[in-house]
Design a protein around this ligand. Structure first.
Ligand code: FHN
Length: 480
């Protein structure tokens, strides 16, 4: 039998062994942070007003418009089912031939106010528009390129008109910018020779000039969304991605930049080699969303997803019958899904070459808008609610208010809610204040009754929770 003293010595030994082990582990963790020159510039969510606004907006629209709208997926009589904005690549059209489309760029139906009104009615708080897509055609009259709207029969500065019209409606404008530029002789997919290196340096200087030009000419822009940055040439020039972000932030204090721009010293994209997000928000969720149960880690950073209405058409394609096209309810579900996990959702539109939107897109915008006018309370400014996902739909939260966005109706007419530990559900009501019956059915578990009159569309229930008290917790008491 050990003496008391012996036991004390053993305990001391154990504590010091554990202590040494823990501090070794702490050092190991510290060691794991690789020093990076071009990694994340800060860690954690940005909390300034501009970023808060970005986050609170939650719903945006994407607009892909360029020369590719003219052929609309068809070249020399052949219809290509791939993304219409990639037609130049599918049909292997040389740049000088492709740029002849500029002669046909005369969107007579284009009216910036009509676009802004349509987006306002849809309920979007921001619009991301392609300043320049991979083809290289610029929707603004860039002095650094001959491929711009200024050299088309239309001539006018589409960009200036759009920025003004959207801003007049209180809609933030975000600039989509493709770094990859198929029209530029100095663009390289990779840097393999000294000549590539020199050419690509010229290309980066040209890109800097264009970015500076956009920032200075349209200073109300709130965000730069980079694309076409996945190639080895950009990854081998990580310094430039960090520089471009910094340059824009110096030119436009408060501007936000997506993660897609960035690469670190080792060519890692979006998240640096230490696992920290680069740029202000993650932008890898394209036409897909994080799993609501397995991927809750996304709630730790800001992120934005984007989606097409057909399976994969961003620019105008004349034949939508070639792929599945989402219904308004499917689009709404994706919007809510994103917000329920602390993200933004951007819904894409591909205007016709005449400057009008196709009827299906107008109908979609109107349907989303109608829903947002009734239920937008569960979207704008909302975030992850921290509750266990249930099969009827998604939760969102705005401060004390928790919202259930119901997409699926159970035959039982009972919607299950599982509260967080230490919280009890005290009431459930529709947004017009109609109370719904709440029954406590097990520990931290409730049934909320479906409304007597089913709204026959995805609808919203507002929940109020309180700290669990002594009274009325029969299951809690019974089960403890
Ligand atoms: O290649 C582009 C595509 O055309 C479209 O612009 C999307 C939008 O997120 N981005 C690229 C593919 O990731």
């Amino acid at each position: 039998m050990k003496t008391l003293r012996g036991r004390f010595v053993c305990l001391l030994l154990l504590v010091s062994i554990l202590g040494i082990g823990m501090s070794a582990r702490a050092q190991e963790t510290e060691k794991k942070e690789i020093p990076l020159k071009y990694g994340a510039t800060y860690v954690g969510k940005r909390q300034d007003d501009a970023m808060k606004k970005f986050r609170e907006n939650r719903l945006g629209a994407f607009i892909h418009w360029g020369l590719y709208a003219i052929p609309g997926g068809e070249w020399n009589g052949k219809v290509y089912n791939g993304a219409a904005e990639w037609l130049k690549s599918w049909a292997k059209v040389p740049s000088d031939e492709w740029m002849k489309l500029m002669k046909e760029w005369n969107p007579k139906q284009f009216d910036a106010q009509t676009w802004a009104k349509m987006m306002k009615d849809m309920g979007v708080k921001y619009v991301k528009i392609t300043t320049k897509h991979h083809e290289g055609f610029c929707l603004w009259s860039s002095k650094y390129s001959k491929y711009t709207v200024a050299h088309t029969p239309y001539k006018k500065d589409i960009w200036g008109e759009l920025v003004k019209a959207f801003n007049d409606e209180g809609i933030d404008v975000h600039f989509y910018f493709s770094v990859m530029d198929w029209s530029h002789p100095d663009w390289r997919y990779d840097i393999k020779t000294a000549e590539d290196s020199v050419a690509f340096s010229r290309f980066l200087e040209f890109t800097d000039n264009q970015l500076r030009e956009l920032a200075e000419r349209y200073p109300t822009v709130k965000d730069f969304w980079f694309d076409g940055t996945w190639d080895a040439s950009v990854k081998k020039n990580a310094w430039w991605t960090a520089h471009a972000e910094q340059m824009l932030k110096e030119l436009l204090p408060g501007v936000t930049v997506n993660s897609r721009l960035r690469a670190d010293d080792y060519g890692k994209r979006h998240f640096d080699s230490n696992g920290h997000l680069m740029g202000d928000y993650e932008s890898g969720y394209e036409r897909r969303l994080p799993d609501p149960i397995k991927d809750v880690q996304v709630t730790q950073w800001d992120w934005e997803a984007c989606m097409t209405l057909p399976e994969n058409q961003w620019g105008y394609h004349k034949d939508w019958s070639l792929s599945y096209v989402k219904t308004p309810v499917e689009v709404l579900e994706r919007i809510v899904h994103a917000v329920s996990m602390g993200g933004n959702m951007v819904v894409n539109f591909g205007p016709q070459p005449d400057g009008d939107f196709r009827p299906e897109e107008k109908e979609m915008a109107a349907a989303i808008g109608e829903w947002m006018r009734k239920y937008g309370e569960c979207i704008y400014g909302c975030d992850y609610a921290g509750l266990e996902k249930q099969d009827w739909g998604y939760y969102t939260r705005h401060g004390e208010n928790v919202y259930m966005v119901v997409f699926n109706r159970p035959y039982s007419s009972h919607l299950i809610v599982k509260s967080s530990k230490g919280e009890q559900l005290v009431s459930a009501e529709l947004l017009d204040g109609t109370r719904l019956k709440v029954t406590e059915t097990a520990r931290d578990e409730y049934h909320v009754n479906m409304p007597v009159q089913d709204p026959s569309e995805p609808f919203v229930i507002r929940l109020h929770f309180e700290k669990a008290g002594e009274n009325g917790k029969k299951y809690r008491e019974a089960l403890i």
